[in-house]
Design a protein around this ligand. Structure first.
Ligand code: CO
Length: 175
């Protein structure tokens, strides 16, 4: 009789132990999930530093895309724009640049003039429609330019590599 009692006691102890284990193991993955959802925080494209300079971080890859279709800054603000190419392809194949165009510039006609200017880094010799532009870069390259934000309004930015502007364009909004 005594041995049966001990057996039942130890069984129930064993049961409660495994039960606790179950609880802790089911809790853990739930906590991990929470961490996972908070991890991929998208870095803001524009970061204004303590001197009031708008640091713009544009990234591209071997896909014909900028990481944003909209950049918002303030009129007259100092801008430090960095374009990074995270891809592997050479600039002759998958070149990217950032070209900010004056208001009223017709994208398709500017793009065809740019496409014809291969010897000038795909910037037309007559650059009167250009407010600012970076050099053309390829995979694993990076380039930075500094300029002052133009007057309030909505401007277009593109990559002027042949045929890229259809995919690689966005709005540069000056408030
Ligand atoms: Co491009």
């Amino acid at each position: 009789m005594k041995s049966i009692f001990i057996a039942i006691l130890s069984l129930s102890l064993l049961y409660s132990c495994t039960d606790k284990k179950k609880e802790t193991t089911t809790n853990k993955p739930a906590q991990k999930k929470v961490i996972k959802t908070t991890k991929p925080v998208k870095e803001p494209v524009v970061i204004v530093d303590k001197n009031g300079v708008a640091n713009i971080n544009l990234t591209t890859s071997d896909a014909m895309k900028f990481n944003t279709k909209k950049i918002v800054v303030k009129a007259g603000q100092k801008i430090k724009l960095t374009l990074s190419h995270k891809g592997k392809l050479d600039k002759r194949v998958m070149g990217h640049n950032f070209v900010l165009l004056k208001k009223g510039t017709k994208l398709s006609s500017f793009a065809s003039k740019a496409a014809a200017a291969k010897n000038n880094d795909y910037i037309p010799e007559d650059d009167s429609e250009v407010i600012a532009h970076t050099k053309m870069i390829g995979g694993q390259e990076k380039t930075t330019i500094e300029f002052e934000a133009p007057a309030t309004g909505e401007y277009d930015f593109i990559c002027s590599f042949p045929a890229h502007f259809a995919m690689m364009k966005g709005k540069f909004i000056v408030e």
